[in-house]
Design a protein around this ligand. Structure first.
Ligand code: TXE
Length: 503
C-alpha cells in the first residue's frame, strides 16, 4: 500500500504543522495520488490558507472503487462471521489508538475546535456495537398456511453501497453508515466532501492496516461530479446520502438512473422549547451549545429556533446572551477555544447576507453579534479566517425567512410563546423535522409534547448525543431512512423470502 502524506502547511508557526495530512484516493487498498477528477486546494478555514492540495475522484476512480468493492465483498462474505466480527473489533481498537490524531485531522478538515473534534470515540462505539450483530440472526422462519413448507425470511447484504458524507462530520457518517454497512456484509465506497477529506482517508487507511480485505472500504474524496458518478454507477446497490436538502433532490434524480434506493439524512430547523418549569441554567447551557456554538451552528441538529415560554422569556434571554457572548473564539487548535470559523468564504458571505436580510425584513431584533469577527478579537494570524460572530435574534416571527430556512451557521432565533399548544404548533410549523429539544421538569408535559413533535429525534433536557442504540433520521424534508439502531443495520440489508416445499 502506498501512503502519500506531506507535512501540513497551515500557516506560519501553526501548532499543527507537525502532523502529516493524508491525501489521495484509497481504492483497493492503495492510496492513489493521481486522478481524473482534478485537484482541490483544501483551505484551512481558520486562516483562509491552503493546507493541502488533494486529488479528486472522477468517474474513472469511482468505477475502479466499485470494482474493487465487489471483489472485496465476495472475499468478506467468504470469511466466517466470527472473523468478520473480530476484524471490526480490530478496526475499533485501531480507532481508539488514534483518537488524538483523528481529532487533529477533523480540525485540519473543517476547523472545528479540537476540544470539540472528538468524533472518533463515536466511530469506535458504533464499530463495536455493529460488530456484535455480525453473528446474530439476520432472518426468521414462519409457518405458511395449509402446508409443512419451510418458509425462510433472510436478510442479505446489497453487495457494494455508496456512502456520501458532508464536510461537517465525515467520521460521524463513517460511524453511522460504514460500520453497519460492513457488519451487514457490504463493501463501501465512501465519498467525503472535498472540503473535509483527511479524517475519512485516515479511517480508510486504518481499515486496510488492520487487515480488512483490500477494497472493502474505499475512500474517494470528490465534489458533486464524483458524487453524481457514484450515485449513477450501476454497481452501486444502495446510496446513503448525508447533506443538504437541495443536494438530496439532485441525488434522487441521479439515483433514478438505476432506481438505486437512497437513505437521506438532511438538514433541519430544529425547535428548542424552554418551558416555564425548566431548569433555566441547564436549558441555557444546552441551548447555547446546541444552537449557535457547536461547530459554529454548522450542524444538521442545530437548535436554530429557540422557543421560550413568556413567563421566563426575559430571564432566559438574559442568561442565554451572556453565555453565547462569552464563547471563547479563536484558534481551533487551542484546547481552550470553543468557537471556530465557518467552513468557507462563501459560507461566511451567505450567513452574513442572511443576517442582513433578517435585519432589513425586521424578522426579529438583533440582540447579539451579526458581524465578522475582527482581528482585535482573534489576532492577525486568523484575521483571514472565516469567523462569523455568534448571532442571536430575539422576538422572531416564525413566518420569517430567518425562521424558515436552514442558515447552517452561528445564527439562532428566539421566539416567544404562551401555551404548551402554541409551542407545539410553532415547533411543527416548518418544512423540516430532524430534531426537537424540550426543556421541562414536568413528566406529563414531557410525554405530551414529545409525542406531538414532528421530528425524528426528540431530546428532553439533553443535547443531540447520538448513539448506536438510537435510530436517527428525519421527518418531512429532513429526509428518510435511519442510521443507528436495528433500523440502521436493516438499511444495509435486503430481504429475501425462501419457501421450500415439503412433499
Ligand atoms: O452538504 P452538501 P454540505 C446537512 C446540513 C447542511 C449540509 C451541509 O444540514 O444542509 O449537510 O453539508 C456531495 N450528487 N447535514 O455542505 O452540499 C458533496 O460533495 C452526489 C445533515 O457538505 O449537500 C458532499 O460530499 N453527491 C446531516 C455531500 O454531497 C453530491 C448532518 C453533501 O454536500 C452532489 C450534517 C450530487 N449532485 C450535515 N452534490 C444529518 N442529517 O445528519 C454534492 N454532493
Amino acid at each position: 500500500m502506498v501512503t502519500t502524506t506531506d507535512t501540513a502547511t497551515t500557516g506560519e508557526n501553526d501548532p499543527a504543522v507537525d502532523i502529516s495530512l493524508p491525501r489521495g484516493l484509497l481504492i483497493g487498498g492503495d492510496l492513489l495520488t493521481q486522478s481524473s477528477g482534478g485537484t482541490h486546494g483544501h483551505i484551512y478555514p481558520a486562516t483562509g490558507q491552503v493546507n493541502a492540495t488533494i486529488p479528486l475522484a472522477g468517474a474513472t476512480e469511482i468505477d475502479q472503487a466499485v470494482t474493487a468493492g465487489w471483489e472485496a465483498h465476495r472475499e468478506w462474505m467468504s470469511f466466517p462471521p466470527a472473523r468478520r466480527r473480530e476484524l471490526l473489533f480490530d478496526v475499533a481498537d485501531a480507532v481508539r489508538e488514534n483518537l488524538s490524531q483523528f481529532a487533529q485531522l477533523n480540525t485540519h478538515d473543517y476547523a472545528v475546535p479540537v476540544s470539540y473534534a472528538a468524533t472518533a470515540p463515536l466511530l469506535e462505539e458504533f464499530l463495536r456495537h455493529f460488530a456484535g450483530y455480525v453473528d446474530k440472526p439476520h432472518g426468521a422462519s414462519t409457518p405458511v398456511s395449509g402446508s409443512f413448507d419451510i418458509n425462510l425470511i433472510e436478510r442479505e447484504p446489497y453487495g457494494v453501497v455508496g456512502v456520501i458524507a458532508p464536510w461537517n462530520g465525515s467520521l460521524v457518517v463513517a460511524a453511522a453508515c460504514v460500520a453497519p454497512a460492513l457488519a451487514a456484509g457490504n463493501a463501501v465506497v465512501l465519498k467525503p466532501s472535498e472540503l473535509a477529506p483527511f479524517a475519512a482517508i485516515r479511517f480508510g487507511e486504518l481499515c486496510s492496516e488492520v487487515g480488512l480485505p483490500a477494497g472493502l472500504v474505499n475512500v474517494v474524496p470528490s465534489g458533486p461530479d464524483g458524487g453524481a458518478a457514484l450515485v449513477r454507477h450501476p454497481g452501486i446497490r444502495k446510496i446513503h446520502f448525508t447533506g443538504g436538502t437541495a443536494t438530496a433532490r439532485e441525488v434522487l434524480r441521479e439515483a433514478a438512473t438505476n432506481l438505486t434506493p437512497v437513505v437521506a439524512e438532511l438538514g433541519g430547523k430544529s425547535a428548542d422549547i424552554v418551558f416555564d418549569d425548566a431548569d433555566l441554567d441547564l436549558a441555557t447551557a444546552i441551548s447555547a451549545h446546541q444552537g449557535p456554538l457547536m461547530q459554529s451552528g454548522q450542524s444538521c441538529a442545530c437548535a436554530s429556533r429557540i422557543l421560550v415560554q413568556s413567563s421566563v422569556y426575559d430571564a432566559f434571554v438574559e442568561k442565554f446572551v451572556a453565555t453565547v457572548g462569552a464563547a471563547n473564539i479563536g484558534d481551533p487548535f487551542d484546547p481552550a477555544v470553543s468557537f471556530g470559523p465557518v467552513i468557507s468564504e462563501s459560507a461566511a458571505d451567505r450567513i452574513l447576507g442572511e443576517i442582513d436580510r433578517a435585519v432589513s425584513e425586521r424578522a426579529g431584533e438583533l440582540i447579539l453579534g451579526g458581524n465578522r469577527v475582527g482581528s482585535d478579537r482573534i489576532g492577525d494570524r486568523l484575521a483571514q479566517g472565516y469567523y462569523v460572530e455568534p448571532t442571536v435574534f430575539a422576538a422572531v416571527d416564525n413566518a420569517s425567512r430567518l425562521a424558515r430556512t436552514e442558515t447552517f451557521g452561528p445564527v439562532v432565533s428566539v421566539i416567544r410563546f404562551e401555551t404548551e399548544a402554541d409551542a407545539v404548533r410553532i415547533a411543527n410549523d416548518t418544512s423540516y423535522g430532524l430534531n426537537a429539544f424540550v426543556h421541562t421538569t414536568d413528566l406529563g408535559r414531557t410525554h405530551r409534547v414529545a409525542r406531538q413533535l414532528e421530528a425524528g429525534s426528540v431530546w428532553v433536557n439533553h443535547f443531540s448525543d447520538i448513539s448506536p442504540q438510537g435510530p436517527y433520521g428525519g421527518y418531512k424534508q429532513s429526509g428518510f431512512g435511519r442510521t443507528g439502531g436495528l433500523e440502521g443495520l436493516h438499511e444495509f440489508l435486503q430481504v429475501k423470502n425462501i419457501r421450500i416445499a415439503m412433499r
